[in-house]
Design a protein around this ligand. Sequence first.
Ligand SMILES: Nc1ncnc2c1ncn2[C@@H]1O[C@H](COP(=O)(O)OP(=O)(O)O)[C@@H](O)[C@H]1O
Ligand SMILES: [Mg+2]
Length: 181
Amino acid sequence: MSAPPAPLTLLLADERATARLAGALAPAVGPGFVLFLSGDLGAGKTAFTRAMLRALGHEGRVRSPTFTLAEPYNLSSFDLYHFDFYRFSDENEWREAGFDELIGGQVAAVVEWPELAGAGLPEPDLWLHLHAGPDEASRRVLLRAHTARGEACLSALADTVRQDRLAGVSCSAPSAPPSSA
Ligand SMILES: Nc1ncnc2c1ncn2[C@@H]1O[C@H](COP(=O)(O)OP(=O)(O)O)[C@@H](O)[C@H]1O
Ligand SMILES: [Mg+2]
């Protein structure tokens, strides 16, 4: 058995690059796919999800689920739920809201702030952590696979980026702590 792929760190030059990354990952999303998105407020989790939904053929609006907690999307061949757990203060709230019947089931799930749901969430296929980049419009993103499905998707993405096929998306060394020199 081969070793799971190491986490991938990418530099996204601007919001269009973030959208291209979302578009490159979109074909891997299907029934049962679970994607976690972490990062501070304003990191780009909703912007990423909006671009992914567009790439999956959704033409209408994409609202942030910050207040509604979940927004459903009826895509052409499967349903996708976009969750945002930012307002959760208790680990069981997502279960009480009935989301446990959705996440890890037949729908695809994109979850912002998964860390606020505690330990009960199923393993995601992919977990993205968005961070500030070297300038205002750029972002650094760490992508980690947690299942075989996620691993396949991450290896394919790494090849695409190495071949320079996603403009504005480049491999990046994980951000080092600032040097004291
Ligand atoms: N490279 C980038 N990727 C994503 N968003 C970006 C980028 N550069 C600037 N932005 C802006 O940052 C903001 C991200 O907001 P949002 O996606 O709502 O963040 P979050 O959901 O993580 O709180 C948007 O205003 C977006 O236009
Ligand atoms: Mg958001």
